[in-house]
Design a protein around this ligand. Sequence first.
Ligand code: PEP
Ligand code: MN
Length: 342
Amino acid sequence: MIVIMKPGATKEQITAIVNRVKKEGLDVQLNDGKEQVVIGLLGDTTKLLDVAFNSYEGVENTVKITHSYKLTSREFHPDNTVVDINGVKIGDGSMTMMAGPCSIEGLDQIMECARMAKAGGATILRGGAFKPRTSPYAFQGLEEEGLKYIRQAADKFEMQVITEVMDEANLDLVAEYSDILQIGARNMQNFKLLQAVGKTGMPVALKRGISGTIDEWLNAAEYIAAQGNFNVIFVERGIRTYETATRNTLDLSAVPLIKKLSHFPIIVDPSHGVGIWDLVPAMAVAGVAAGADGLIVEIHPDPANAWSDGPQSLNEKTYLNMMEQVHIMENAMQEINKIKTV
Ligand code: PEP
Ligand code: MN
């Protein structure tokens, strides 16, 4: 349930509601929006069914939220959330670009990737130091050494870092070097890890699970938000379907759907979405057309010799060409957004 206060409701009127809710042992989360304050009631709201909140002064309306996620919902937070990563904004209407290799392979490699990424307009450098590989015998990442390299490369090119944290044990370490914590598809429902990244208050890029439904994904975000962390970025990276011609099936309908149901921004990962490099540009452009707040793309100076995900990585030439296409669609979207009615 949420209690929507009238525009201009006083502090005392808000406190009266908060105290009434807390008296029943429930918790609250306040959203101080542009127009009005919305109070989210967290816990067993059946205890409050008899309370006539609408007759409290300053209350405009009460709305029962039927989904199990509350803080993540549009009802609770009607305005878009803008995640600010040291000045790089995601969700403010701009298109934020993240690019880099699947795995950090060494200092020279990540430096070269950072140079390429930046040349295409990326402001955030991606690269895995802890790699969730299907085979236990495949390269598992350079771990702390890799984190040091990506930080160095990002600092040199004045970029932000996004890298995956695979477990709670390495959270402090990853947080020390990264600006965004990436939760991989395989960990979308690792609830303890979600709570732990929630507690850091840091920006979290939450990838959609390999077979994650929209509802499960929204609830995963709720685990982070419930810790008071509203810096969540959804990442659509494709889901497993019967189709095997592409690595995954990139579900672009998730973009407008997530935007309808939630206030958190959503970006698209066409690289893992299709797994085939020459299909990546078309799906990147399509992601922007679907309304994504950004893209995350794998690039490599020599994809044929990449230590992981070479087949889906773009070389410099194809990446720069893709970015030209993306910029054209970005501009078209500015026009489209002016006439959009839904
Ligand atoms: C990655 O970003 O390299 C990665 C492993 O992604 P996902 O968790 O989406 O498979
Ligand atoms: Mn990868």
